[in-house]
Design a protein around this ligand. Structure first.
Ligand SMILES: NC(=O)c1ccc[n+]([C@@H]2O[C@H](COP(=O)([O-])OP(=O)(O)OC[C@H]3O[C@@H](n4cnc5c(N)ncnc54)[C@H](OP(=O)(O)O)[C@@H]3O)[C@@H](O)[C@H]2O)c1
Length: 167
């Protein structure tokens, strides 16, 4: 999981804006992480918001969580549904990625974290307080034991904390 987050714990404003307050260099770093991993899992709301970006990845498989049976797959965009375990099992049984980047939004982050299926959290704390917005884990309330393994401040204004999930 590689979210950008406000200091007060939101991944987007209430209107869905997750761009205007996020450092552009941090966003570019995130895009490279996705390219390096070769696979992302994303909620349908996030996919639709950033469809142009997700559809333009050449060598990245984008797994979109949706209950919409009309969703049209492409060569690199595949839809999935079910509970968290079923979704992850479906990926594991058909692919051999070393890692799959969880790209949000809050509902998908929360579903996977709550089911104990997130191994690492690399979170980029932005220099912004939004006051209100979409929480990191949506309506879910996962309880995770974390081990902080590094803190990166290479991008001015952004503190990136890298945690391993120890449950
Ligand atoms: N700051 C960041 O790093 C970051 C990263 C990503 C996204 N975001 C922001 O997050 C916001 C969206 O978050 P969100 O919580 O509203 O939505 P979301 O998690 O992106 O998508 C929610 C949708 O995912 C589908 N879904 C979730 N669980 C499912 C399951 N078990 N099976 C099948 N489908 C499932 C459903 O789609 P259907 O309704 O189609 O069934 C649901 O409506 C946006 O504003 C986006 O900009 C921020």
């Amino acid at each position: 999981m590689q979210p950008a987050i406000s200091l007060d714990g939101f991944i987007a404003k209430l209107d869905g804006d997750s761009e205007s307050w996020v450092n552009q260099a941090d966003e570019a770093r995130y895009q490279q992480v996705v390219r390096d991993a070769g696979a992302v899992i994303v909620g349908r709301t996030t996919y639709e918001q950033y469809k142009t970006d997700f559809d333009s990845y050449d060598d990245v498989v984008v797994f979109v969580c949706t209950n919409n049976k009309e969703f049209t797959d492409t060569s690199n965009v595949k839809h999935l549904s079910g509970n968290a375990i079923e979704i992850v099992d479906a990926i594991k049984s058909n692919h051999s990625f070393n890692e799959v980047i969880v790209c949000g939004g809050g509902e998908v982050n929360g579903m996977l974290a709550d089911a104990g299926l997130v191994d690492e959290i690399v979170i980029s704390v932005q220099s912004a307080v939004l006051g209100e917005g979409i929480p990191l884990f949506g309506i879910y309330k996962p309880r995770l034991n974390l081990e902080l393994i590094s803190v990166d401040q290479q991008i001015p204004g952004v503190v990136q904390n890298h945690y391993l999930v120890r449950n």
